[in-house]
Design a protein. Structure first.
Length: 525
């Protein structure tokens, strides 16, 4: 057990935390300096986050007190740092240039599968079935790199809502369709229900051997075999790869079939470059560390309840849900490794939408709402389309929003503008209060040179390591997700009751019992 790595003292009882808190509160809100870090080809501009020498020092001291160096080493060594599940969280191994033999073997098998399939020009359509970490990453890759054209169609089916599988299969020729079932556990209710529907659909489509058209990607090959998938169509990964960290494994096979395996290779090498940066860069220049500290200051000291992701690239529309799972499933916890309550606010709500759409949806709230939220602006320096003026506009909007949030607009400036617009003095004074922006709202600007697989891999690993550091400081386990279990368990029982088992009223609150009865009666009629 690696519990000894994790500090037993609750964060709020540590003098280093008190120091960090004080330094955050005293740091300049509107400092006018440049602080840009470079990591694996990304530029990370933290100039509009609170900063001071004292804060830098306090952050470093806090990390040392939380055994940062030892914990980071344990992550990369494959030590069992996921203490509640007694496993490693060794996704970095999947990005090693010389990984474990079994990792290299599965990777080669996947490449060979895609090569053979491509050379035979097989499968016009891919139906990717999986949910959460077995879904978001593949969606992200296909929208990031297949936005203009993919020679195969890909459909994603995650939700157990029957409309999802219905639309996922609609209009496809079963004989031309490969079904990819991605599930680490091979027990997830939604995925199993959808996989069964797809199997039935292949059978109904007179496919002679439907299991030749289904591939499974899982860490539970026994279950996959028992369900019917033959070994040659099974790709495996390992229990030491968390679902939300599994894009680096054969979970990416559907992306390999649609946007090409060079995308997977580039992604992995970008992530590895970020791993090396995280391992080797000194504290003050270490991008995941500095992002994590800024995030902790914003969440636990300044008490911002949420964190916004404004990605100024429409190809990355799937980045928000990907990061929502990564951050919220990892950091949405309130007890530490030892089961003690963490007495400071932990992981924020993560939300967002691509810019510029977001500007016309919720940016009003970000500029003038009572709470505000720190924002990650993400943008590419170069675009890949043929309209440079569009890209210049996009860049301008991104920078403008960030500046408006930081510098704001004073009532006096707004008043003068109103007078210049010809308003009466009284009108100008009143309107000025509505037009003023408080400013001082923190953000981080992350610039990728252009959207390459390498840059995206580096970006995703940047967030992974940021989450790791935050989990360490808060003292929680970022690699488990026990909170989702109760709902799964209840759903199994409630489904039986809706299907006709008598309602076990004592197991439910009265409202749930009422609706179980209503839905059962509806269902029966
Ligand atoms: O939501 C819980 C969860 O276990 C996620 O962590 C995971 O990514 C998802 O369900 C899917 O799990 P599986 O890959 O085992 O089907």
């Amino acid at each position: 057990m690696s519990n000894e790595i994790f500090c037993r003292t609750p964060l709020d009882k540590m003098p280093e935390w008190a120091q960090f808190t004080q330094a955050t509160q005293q740091a300049n809100v509107k400092s006018d300096h440049l602080r840009i870090l470079n990591a694996a080809g990304l530029s990370i501009d933290l100039s509009t986050q609170r900063h001071s020498q004292e804060l830098d020092q306090a952050g470093e001291t806090l990390l040392q007190a939380r055994n940062f160096t030892q914990a980071r080493q344990a992550l990369f060594n494959g030590t069992k740092i996921n203490t509640t599940e007694n496993r490693a969280a060794w996704h970095t191994m999947l990005r090693e240039p010389r990984p474990l033999p079994e990792v290299a073997h599965e990777y080669r098998r996947m490449l060979e599968f895609v090569r053979r399939t491509d050379s035979e020009r097989r499968w016009r359509n891919i139906v990717h079935i999986g949910i959460g970490g077995s879904d978001w990453g593949v969606r992200l890759l296909t929208s990031a790199f297949g936005y203009t054209h993919m020679w195969r169609n890909i459909r994603f089916v995650a939700n157990v809502d029957g409309h999802a599988i219905e639309s996922g299969l609609a209009g496809l020729d079963p004989k031309e369709t490969l079904v990819v079932v991605a599930t680490k556990s091979f027990t997830t209710a939604e995925t199993m229900a959808n996989a069964q529907r797809a199997l039935d659909w292949l059978k109904a489509g007179n496919v002679r051997n439907p299991f030749n058209q289904i591939i499974g990607i899982t860490a539970n090959p026994e279950n996959a075999r028992a369900w019917g998938i033959p070994d040659h169509n099974l790709f495996r990964f390992w229990d030491w790869v968390g679902g939300r960290f599994s894009l680096w494994s054969s979970v990416g096979v559907a992306a390999g079939l649609t946007v090409g395996t060079p995308v997977l290779a580039g992604l992995i090498s970008g992530a590895h470059a970020m791993d090396q940066h995280f391992l080797n860069a000194p504290f003050a220049e270490n991008a995941p560390v500095q992002l994590a500290l800024a995030g902790i200051g914003n969440r636990s000291v300044l008490e911002y309840g949420s964190h916004n992701i404004a990605v100024y690239d429409s190809r990355l529309s799937q980045l928000v849900p990907y990061l929502q799972q990564l951050i919220m499933e990892s950091l949405g916890k309130s007890v530490d490794h030892y089961g003690e309550p963490i007495n400071v606010p932990t992981g924020p709500v993560v939300w967002g939408m691509p810019g510029t759409d977001a500007q016309h949806t919720f940016f009003q709230w970000l500029h003038q709402g009572s709470d505000g939220a720190p924002i990650d602006f993400i943008v590419c320096q170069e675009a890949d389309h043929q309209w440079p003026s569009h890209h210049r506009k996009l860049l301008a909007h991104c920078l403008a929003q960030r500046q408006a949030l930081w510098t704001g607009k004073s009532i006096e400036t707004a008043y003068q503008e109103n007078l210049a617009d010809g308003k009466s003095e009284a009108e100008a004074r009143l309107l000025a209060k509505h037009r003023a922006l408080p400013g001082g709202r923190p953000s981080t600007l992350i610039v990728m040179p252009r959207l390459t697989p390498f840059a995206l891999g580096a970006l995703l690993a940047l967030y992974e390591h940021k989450v790791f550091v935050q989990g360490l400081v808060w003292g929680l386990n970022p690699f488990d997700q026990w909170g989702v279990e109760l709902g799964k368990q209840l759903a199994g029982n409630i489904e039986k009751e809706i299907n006709g088992d008598s309602t076990q009223a004592k197991l439910h609150d009265s409202s749930t019992a009422h609706w179980i009865n209503t839905f059962r009666n509806n269902h029966a009629s």
